[in-house]
Unconditional design. Structure first.
Length: 403
């Protein structure tokens, strides 16, 4: 199989380029970026040195120098008013923002209120086996690691407009963040933004999957952190994130599933181990590669897999639908999640059996789950399975028809 092994080919380069110098504290303050004591207090409990070390190893493995890595320290965390997202990395300013609603609420700390999912074909409800405060703290750290991954990934701004275009329309830039690309116009007449949604889905999925790995490694190294979170707690959070039972309570989950399924698919058509494919994906993310370049398209064709490309195309179209515009963020996010899940299910079906089994194990990891019936106490997941089996056996004994 030629090609896929060295994926991706065209690379934009490591680090943050084309943006010029990062904004100064005075410029940031003039533009409404503030410091917030609640955020700064929380950041003192995040071990930035350990997190930086983990990212630096990934960076070095992909040809970078740790000292050049664009890792954001606690001094460049700001607060701004922005609906929808909890936190953001802004490459232009080169800061991470913790976002505040119009009402002044910081979603980073609003915590996960307990959520339940009905366990199919039973009277049980499942929830993460963590108290709300612990869950909320892990979730907040996870958010920080997610934005750090964006910061560390390839971030480029390339001016694409000619002289006349820039004279009449303002300057146009091709902005690339990891696998996401965006055309921006520093607008005079219009501020239309065009984004390749599939690239954005892959980019968010890779970002979140990398952050999940960093979260796991961070707690493996630390044991227990300054907030009293243990590595065991973090593992429970991660298994709940992975378990496809939970449709709510975790951000960017359909995107992560997409990347996992897509990576299995690439591994199967390229006939290389999944670890190699994942390393290739990480490399492209950090070095600004294109996952959908010509060579990959050729590889798909050689395997008679054009239908997968068609699937990805129709998926892109359905996601580009204007109804996903962010006037109603919650609604558009859930519809978007549903659209990705539908595509995931279709793509999953095309996988070879061993890939299906491998993913099924991840998607059904129950080690972080506790369950209860309405009005009863929590019990471990395994105990529920034992009781369900017992009940089934009793029903069968009692009904001659099923013999
Ligand atoms: Zn993101």
């Amino acid at each position: 199989m030629r090609g896929v092994k060295e994926l991706p080919r065209e690379e934009k380069g490591l680090g943050r380029t084309g943006y010029g110098r990062q904004w100064s504290a005075a410029e940031l303050s003039k533009d409404g970026f503030e410091k917030d004591s609640r955020v700064q207090e929380f950041l003192t409990k995040v071990d930035f040195e350990t997190a930086r070390g983990i990212y630096a190893e990934l960076y070095a493995r992909n040809g970078g120098t740790a000292a050049d890595m664009n890792f954001i320290g606690p001094d460049r965390f700001y607060v701004r008013t922005k609906g929808g997202t909890t936190a953001s990395f802004l490459p232009d300013e080169n800061i991470i923002t913790i976002n505040k609603t119009k009402e002044g609420e910081l979603k980073l700390f609003s915590g996960a209120h307990t959520f339940y999912e009905k366990y199919p074909d039973s009277q049980y409800f499942a929830a993460p086996d963590l108290d709300d405060a612990t869950f909320g703290k892990i979730d907040a750290i996870f958010n920080v690691f997610h934005e750090e991954a964006h910061a560390v990934s390839s971030n480029t701004a390339e001016r694409i407009s000619g002289f006349f275009a820039s004279f009449f329309e303002g300057e146009k830039y091709d902005v690339t963040m990891g696998y996401g690309t965006l055309k921006t116009e520093h607008q005079i007449f219009s501020g239309e933004l065009k984004t390749r949604l599939l690239g954005e889905i892959v980019n968010e999925g890779v970002t979140q999957l990398m952050a999940l790995n960093v979260l796991s490694e961070y707690y493996r190294r630390k044991g227990t952190d300054d907030m009293g979170i243990s590595s065991g707690d973090a593992q429970k959070y991660i298994s709940c994130f992975n378990n496809d039972l939970f449709k709510i309570g975790f951000r960017r989950k359909p995107e992560v599933e997409f990347v996992r399924i897509f990576a299995e698919y690439l591994a199967s058509i390229a006939e290389v181990p999944r670890e190699i494919v994942w390393q290739g994906i990480v490399r492209g993310y950090l070095r600004g590669g294109n996952l959908f370049d010509e060579r990959i398209a050729t590889a798909f064709k050689e395997h008679g897999s054009e239908k997968i490309f068609d699937l990805l195309k129709s998926f892109d179209t359905s996601l580009s639908d204007e109804s996903f515009a962010d006037f109603n963020v919650a609604l558009s996010l859930s519809r978007r999640g549903d659209a990705i899940r539908t595509a995931n299910a279709t793509l999953f079906e095309t996988l070879p059996q061993d890939s299906k089994e491998y993913l099924a194990e991840i998607f059904s990891d129950d080690t972080g789950i506790r369950v209860k019936k309405a009005g009863s106490d929590w019990i471990p997941f395994a105990e529920m399975q034992r009781r369900i089996k017992e009940e089934e056996a009793q029903t069968q004994e009692g009904s001659p028809q099923t013999a």
